[in-house]
Design a binder for this molecule. Sequence first.
Ligand code: SAM
Length: 375
Amino acid sequence: MVEKSIPKVIPIRIDEGRGLTPSIGAQLHTPHGNTQDRRGRILRDLRISVTDRCNFRCTYCMPKEVFDQNYPYLSHKELLSFEEITRLTSIFSSLGVEKIRLTGGEPLLRKNLEVLIDMLAQVRTPEGKPLDLTLTTNGSILRKKAAALKAAGLQRLTVSLDGLDDVIFKKMNDVDFPVADVLDGIAAAQEVGFANIKVNMVVKKGTNDHEIVSMAKHFKGSGIILRFIEFMDVGSSNGWNMAEVLPSKEVIARINAVFPLEAAEANYSGEVAQRWHYQDGSGEVGVISSVTQTFCHECTRARISTDGQMYLCLFANEGFDFKTLLRSGKSDLEIANAIMNTWAARDDHYSEIRGSNTANQSTGSRKVEMSYIGG
Ligand code: SAM
């Protein structure tokens, strides 16, 4: 395999006060859960990045060449505090958001994360229901944290794992982290009672695609749902190239040849993964085809970056500065109106534009890094 050299770029990060200013509007409306954007999409779920730091240097996400000791990570005062995250979450829930995913960076690196989870677990929807609270982690410190996360009220977990072969996995995480420790983290989560664990594998053609069937075999029958993610052109520093994308339909074909599959219904409208059941009843796998079968038209998701910018798309290059609003004495009603107005003006459909581009290339515009906006 030919190694590509990754150009040194300083990824986009919105410096203090430089995000777009959300509009509160002249007239305040009662918060409601039916705000449609310009493409008829309704806001339903929220991803919150709790740190822009990670202890892995996955070559497709935070390559060492860029995220080195000189990288300008956010300082503690730039981060949203737990109180600010909880307040924002509660306002989002008044607007119909029922699902919250904490991510990063590596969310378990945020000090006392279980305290935040405990605070978020107290938030109720207007109907009085708790939120669906979940987290995506690389699993590296899950053994240490699993019991505290469960006790704090975390309901579900997704663990990222890109293969079972140590040589390949270490090459992808680029910090020599062994597969066995991630598997041990998953075991710890199961021991403390997490059901509904998912494992996400990013597939890079020519790097780890030969691990697809062994990963399927390993998790088949375990109760864990394995999902394969197409390598995406997020950020500006991962050297994305369409030639390294293995289309999900090829992933399914390879598994189906060994373990016959049948298509399953989506759990809910807007679910990004396409689900497949093993015909022998031993569980399911999913594929997330962000490149070859885009799902912009049913995207119900907003993102809050580590420093409180609201992003409407994973591939955006601009965010809306909600941290300044939170810190400037605005009321919950004013912030709710700013969120509704920001969502109502949304018109992005990046992946569809990339897909309709005949060369199927990245659009070339610079985008924020996934570690900052939250994967
Ligand atoms: N550190 C946590 C983890 O490893 O799961 C959470 C953050 S990470 C950015 C979230 C997910 O995004 C991981 O499953 C990661 O593999 C995936 N990811 C990162 N860069 C990607 C890319 N270029 N294409 C597809 N998935 C990517």
